[in-house]
Ligand binder design. Structure first.
Ligand code: SF4
Length: 90
């Protein structure tokens, strides 16, 4: 099976206006769900039990949005024009 090479993709992130914003969620099952499901591995559980999230590298797949409600992900929208992912194959 051929594995995708995500490092070829390019990202333009609007750090001042990110397209995903998380609530201050503490529930371990929710945090684990995000950490396991994100295909880009952007949600990472830290040794202290907190969650680290970096929107850079987002594939805009919407998985996290589907798995969690608005009480967890308070904003999910596609990035504004000129931002987000540029898929590069080959
Ligand atoms: S949209 Fe997809 S790639 Fe982006 S953070 Fe959510 S699960 Fe990860």
């Amino acid at each position: 099976m051929i594995q995708p090479d995500l490092s070829r993709n390019r990202y333009q992130v609007a750090h001042a206006n990110p397209h995903i914003i998380l609530a201050d969620v503490q529930e371990r099952m929710v945090l684990m769900r995000l950490a396991i499901a994100c295909p880009a591995g952007l949600y990472r559980l830290q040794p202290d039990g907190s969650l680290h999230f970096d929107v850079q590298g987002c594939l805009e797949c919407g998985t996290c949005r589907l798995l969690c409600g608005e009480e967890t992900i308070t904003r999910w929208r596609y990035p504004q024009a000129g931002n987000g992912i540029e898929f590069r194959f080959g």
